[in-house]
Design a protein around this ligand. Sequence first.
Ligand SMILES: [Zn+2]
Length: 433
Amino acid sequence: MSSPKTTPSSTGSTQWSTVSSQVAQSIEQAIQEASDKLRAVSLDIHSHPELGWEEHHAHDALTEFMEKQGFQVERHAYGMDTAWKATYEVGQGGRTIGFNSEMDALMGIGHACGHNLIAISGCAAALGVAAALKKHNIAGKIVLLGTPAEEGGGGKTELLARDAYKGMDACLMIHPGTGGNGSGSVTSTSIVGFTVTYKGKSAHAGGAPEKGINALDAAVAAYVNISVLRQQVPGTNRIHGVIAGSENWSANVIPGEAQLKYGVRAPTAREVMDLVPRVLNCFKAAALSSGCTHEITISHAYLDLQPCTTLETAYQEFCKERWGSEGYDVSDRTSISASTDFGDVTYHLPGLHPMFHLPNAHGGEFPPKAPEAHQAALKAATGIAVVGARIVVDGDFAQETRKTWEKQMTDIESEKVIANLKDLLAPYRKQRE
Ligand SMILES: [Zn+2]
């Protein structure tokens, strides 16, 4: 990257129509040039799967990589061990675009969700925009956040609470999905994750069962209560959970302690708020009938994903124009029943979270470490990078994005939803140590 020869324009007077193709080309070129290095980082993370809040290896690999790209790197950012921040600024007074890199793996199945691809696509988008701003001498700032614990930990919710997204004009990230060649914008469900601990009293099941209070009975009763409830809730709702056993359980001892883990989902946070009290009643009724004490805590709570429609349209348009002729399938917005802590981000600033598909070949699906999956990630990363660059370059676009998002938030009464959900869950919140 060469240094700027003139003072960068600071307030977005640059006409997008005149620079868009050069900016997009510069972004794509920079990303493709970094492809091998990005792939090495991706494979490294893939072979070192780490659970949420424990992404130490990924934290180190990604911060080292971004530092080598000329970014200013903050390790263990915002008082969180595995969070990080990489910043790059050209000129002064330009707008700020944000990207996110997720890093955590899943219990038992490693990086099957492909967060190694999310991690490097955030880096790719950030370095792509940095190269373009520098080359075309446009003032602006790029902030890439390494966001821990997406899988049930809520790293982005923590980061939001610690003002990590403050100053960003918009924030974008991508997530892999199954089968095909293409991508598209998605919405995702709102979720509240519960852990319920029942405590009773152990006793010998043969000798003195009447002296015991059966905590497993409480867990089973709650499980059954919820199974009965399930038929009476809207078809788009999801209530799913497990009884967490103990290695010390044995058939001839009445269990003195048992635990439930549940996820309660609905398409929107508003609908989750209708469902949660009914599920809480199922938990509480089981404690009452079994005579156990119970403690309910929240492991995580994610709002639904609200893609900013201006960013969404720009992303679809770019992808269609760039790769449509090569059979890249850009789908309209779809709803998925998974959830992400990026939902919370989209309630606080304009955001976009498209899914890209890992291509199928030879009748099978490419795992997140295949070269084809890597290229699919880089394409989608190029897409969000171009939209992100447009926020920096094109003042009208940035303004329209803000206006559209504000209207979307007014329509769903976002502030009221956030406040009501907070009140509803407050008794069950436990501070993360
Ligand atoms: Zn995921």
